[in-house]
Design a protein around this ligand. Structure first.
Ligand code: UT7
Length: 336
């Protein structure tokens, strides 16, 4: 029997500072009503000066290891769009701060699909015998790349981190990941982009006013992203259901990337699933990109929605563009 990756621990962290729609409405031409009705978001958490993605990742990682009942892992994969530095990767320092000296550790960049990609990457390492136990983290501080003057992005994204422990196990035990569907379409890369700061366009000098250049901020073409997100998450979810041999109506919980409640409902409709089966926590945390799915998972487990034995389908869409899905039967795991 082939080795499966089995979910054995779950932990999350959001920074304490809550930013409400009302607070954003004071500095941006927006309103609580617009944000709530167009996205479903009422508030989000922003880290603030001095706190980086790695700090949130360490908190979530600590909780996931506690939930797993063991600090023993031999691989750390950190999905993030907002690493602590362009170089080196954030994962080795996170591993070191978690007491995991000398383990394999790397970052993975797939924007909002990052966590689903990281699950697949760690699963591959476990299946190949490269790792026995992996800590998979999604962590973001989008507040550091949002243009405070851009109402189309500033109202949407939040900071946070979520992590799971995967261990080697059997494909038929609860918690085993039942396969992965991943994809990308790089011809659409401009839909979600931070234009400068990479090798294509190195960081521009600040203007004479000393202001940060506009092209160093995150930008998104919301409308086409919305359309592609619905189409790709629905198709990827269906591919994953086919792989797992599950009919859509037998899924207990759809844990989709928390970008917009209208996207989640549209995907549920396309799959033929009841909208009530969709886990939603974006109202309280906004879009936390790579941290989104583990935060939604933990929220649903803590809230008593997802219980052991439930069929859980996860799907994400993000910059790249990228998308991906996976599924599992929920094991006896409570967030740490
Ligand atoms: O995480 C990766 C995946 N990301 C996503 O999936 C995001 C997908 N996109 C979306 O969720 C939605 O497209 C948004 C929430 C970003 C925008 O909602 P929309 O219904 O697509 O709005 P829109 O961009 O078509 O804008 C409608 C109007 C525009 O005004 P006009 O042109 O009709 O006069 C915008 O300028 O709403 C305006 N608008 C705002 N108004 C108040 C845009 N942002 C705001 C705002 N407050 N924050």
């Amino acid at each position: 029997m082939s080795r499966a990756a089995v979910l054995a621990g779950l932990g999350t962290y959001v920074p304490p500072r809550v930013v409400t729609n009302e607070e954003l409405s004071r500095t941006l031409d927006t309103s609580d009503e617009w944000i709530r009705t167009r996205t479903g978001i009422t508030r989000r958490h922003w880290a603030g000066p001095g706190t980086a993605t790695g700090d949130l990742a360490v908190e979530a990682g600590t909780r996931a290891l506690k939930s797993a009942g063991s600090g023993d892992v031999d691989l750390v994969v950190l999905a993030t769009t907002t690493p602590d530095h362009p170089c080196p990767a954030t994962a080795p320092e996170v591993a070191s701060r978690l007491g995991l000296q000398t383990v394999a550790a790397y970052d993975l960049a797939a924007v909002c699909s990052g966590f689903v990609y990281a699950l697949a990457s760690a699963t591959g390492a476990i299946a190949a015998g490269i790792a026995e136990r992996a800590l998979v983290i999604g962590a973001e501080t989008y507040s550091t790349i949002l243009n405070p003057e851009d109402r189309t992005t500033s109202v949407i994204f939040g900071d946070g981190a979520g992590a799971v422990v995967l261990r080697a196990g059997d494909p038929d035990e609860p918690g085993a990941l039942l396969g992965h569907d991943l994809g990308s379409d790089g011809s659409l890369k401009d839909l979600i982009i931070v234009p400068s700061g990479g090798s294509r366009q190195p960081v521009a000098a600040a203007g004479t006013s000393g202001a940060r250049p506009a092209d160093s901020y995150f930008s998104m073409q919301g409308k086409p992203v919305f359309r592609h997100a619905v189409t790709r998450m629905a198709a990827s979810s269906q591919a994953m259901l086919d792989r797992a041999g599950w009919a859509a109506e037998t899924v207990d919980w759809f844990v989709g990337h928390q970008a917009n409640v209208r996207i989640l409902h549209a995907v549920a409709d396309q799959l033929g699933m009841a909208r009530e089966r969709t886990a939603v926590n974006l109202d309280r945390v906004g879009n936390t990109s790579a941290a989104s799915i583990p935060l939604a998972l933990a929220d649903a487990v803590t809230g008593g929605l997802i219980t052991p034995g439930d069929r859980v389908l996860m799907s994400a869409f993000g910059g790249g563009v990228t998308w991906g899905s996976t599924a599992l039967v929920w094991p006896e795991v409570a967030p740490g």
